[in-house]
Write a protein that binds this ligand. Structure first.
Ligand code: ADP
Ligand code: ASP
Ligand code: MG
Length: 476
């Protein structure tokens, strides 16, 4: 018997070429044998969102010379795929006209940005949304051409968010109502809705985005509100791996991973899944699978409830399962002997950081309370330092705080594994492995969920640290 509803999301590479689009179409066709109802969510073709945002940033500096080049790159990328995949003359002409109109609106938006001399977050979202608005039309045409009933539909019609442009948060209540009202009638008629990842709209209808890499989150939102039985994320690797295969080609797929583990991995830089994807699917109790568009017979990775993940090929669970890194961070330190025992220093420090709109991925505090040390994204470093100097101006004058300073660029390298919770000596093994590989550890923090340990290392040591810790996993 066919299962109920499936949401499938294709990432940028998975719709980034003629070959990829053919694979995606075949995957959609095959899934229809298993699931009675299906929604497809797609990212922009690979490279498109970067190109759009770069065009807008240049326009904000008054530079519009490269616009014609961007325009022709976008046209060439989409039109050559349409020519290869869509043979129905009328369909081909229609979809080209729609995509061309979107490209022309990029030109208009960039010219307006250049006149203003600045690009607001709202304007950046209007520009960034164009990639997905183009790719749904392309993919829908390719799928229709393959004889499957499909319709391109923009998620701005049903994902309703606040006006926090570039990082918008959905209103789940309204989104539930609208998503069902828009998508269910299509699915009732046997049509596959092909919708935009990454974007939504405010209640007034202004386009927003959910943050870079946010198409995974879109799939989770749609899956949880319908609700679907399963969400499948189609990407360009065989699921969640022991580390980024670009750093260590010998990385292995993890057949299963727990919610707690994937949450830490995603949060600490494993790009394979957007960190916000996890919560909606966990709360709705639906399945999540990550698989490879270019190797569809590989089972990929299944997310499972905490505490039941098996190791590779059913072997006993490994203690450290995966290692990941986030680059371009800075360590900020506030230090001074006068801080000892003074209540409220940490609260005021983090209040000052929050006032700059910066989030803090890692905190360590020396137990003597003579210093507070935490990481922030490198680009926020200067703002954070000046906010702290302002907040503690009196303590600095009185020399209760000696200095507030930050390092140059560092990386946070994180090892993840639920088995670490019950195992002594993991930190020791991690340290000796890094020591033996000549990597100096600048700071350390253990995740409060005890399934991760994060280490801060110099930017230049990142690859070396990841590779060394990965050898520990493979050898285990
Ligand atoms: P998509 O466009 O499909 O969303 P992304 O580029 O966002 O794809 O994410 C997939 C990439 O994530 C992979 O190509 C890989 O380089 C990277 N990656 C980082 N860490 C991991 C990991 N632990 N397992 C698998 N892939 C990882
Ligand atoms: N296209 C968007 C980005 O590049 C969203 C995504 O790919 O998930 O960030
Ligand atoms: Mg992604």
């Amino acid at each position: 018997m066919k299962q109920q509803t499936l949401v499938m999301k294709f990432g940028g590479t998975s719709v980034g070429s003629v070959d990829a689009l053919k694979q995606a179409t075949q995957i959609i066709r095959d899934a229809r044998d298993e699931f009675a109802r299906m929604v497809v969510v797609t990212s922009a073709m690979s490279g498109v969102t970067d190109l759009l945002l770069k065009s807008a940033s240049l326009a904000a500096q008054g530079k519009v010379d490269s616009l014609p080049q961007a325009e022709s790159t976008l046209r060439e990328k989409h039109f050559s795929a349409i020519d290869a995949l869509v043979h129905d003359q009328q369909r081909c002409a229609e979809v080209k006209a729609e995509i061309n109109a979107l490209i022309l609106s990029l030109v208009d938006l960039c010219k307006a940005i250049a006149v203003l001399g600045e690009a607001s977050h709202r304007a950046m979202d209007a520009v960034a949304s164009l990639g997905e608005r183009m790719s749904i039309r392309l993919l829908a045409a390719a799928v229709q051409e393959a004889g499957i009933k499909a319709k391109a539909i923009e998620a701005t019609e049903f994902i309703v968010t606040n006006a926090h442009y570039q990082n918008a948060h959905p209103d789940f209540r309204v989104t539930t109502e609208k998503t069902r009202a828009v998508l269910n009638p299509l699915m009732d008629e046997g049509i596959v809705p092909i919708t935009t990842g990454f974007i939504g709209a405010t209640p007034e209808g202004v386009t927003t985005t959910l943050g870079r890499g946010g198409s995974d989150y879109s799939a989770a939102i749609i899956g949880s509100v319908l609700p679907a039985e399963d969400v499948w994320i189609w990407t360009d690797v065989d699921g969640v791996m022991t580390t980024d295969p670009r750093i260590a080609p010998e990385a292995q797929t993890l057949p299963e991973i727990s919610y707690g583990e994937i949450a830490e991995l995603a949060y600490y830089g494993a790009k394979v899944l957007h960190p916000k994807t996890i919560r909606p699917v966990v709360e709705a109790g639906i399945g999540l699978r990550i698989c490879n568009t270019f190797n569809p017979s590989h089972p990929g990775t299944r997310l499972i409830a905490n505490g039941h993940a098996n190791g590779h090929n059913g072997e006993p669970e490994k203690i450290i399962k995966a290692v990941t890194a986030i680059r371009k961070q800075r360590l900020v330190t506030i230090e001074g002997r006068g801080m000892l025992g003074v209540p409220g220093v940490a609260a005021r420090a983090f209040g000052a950081v929050a006032s700059t709109g910066t989030s803090v991925p890692l905190i360590t505090q020396a137990s003597s309370e003579q210093s507070i040390c935490f990481a922030v994204p490198a680009e926020a470093g200067p703002f954070v330092l000046s906010a702290l100097e302002k907040a503690f101006v009196h303590e600095i004058e009185d020399e209760d705080i000696d200095r507030v300073w930050s390092t140059s660029d560092v990386s946070i390298v994180t090892v993840v594994g639920a088995g670490m919770r019950h195992t002594v000596g993991v930190a020791g093994r991690v340290f000796s492995q890094l020591g033996n590989s000549g990597v100096n550890v600048l700071a350390i923090a253990q995740g409060s969920s005890e399934v991760s340990i994060s280490l801060v290392v110099d930017n230049a040591d990142t690859e070396n640290a990841v590779k060394a810790l990965h050898r520990l996993i493979i050898a285990d």
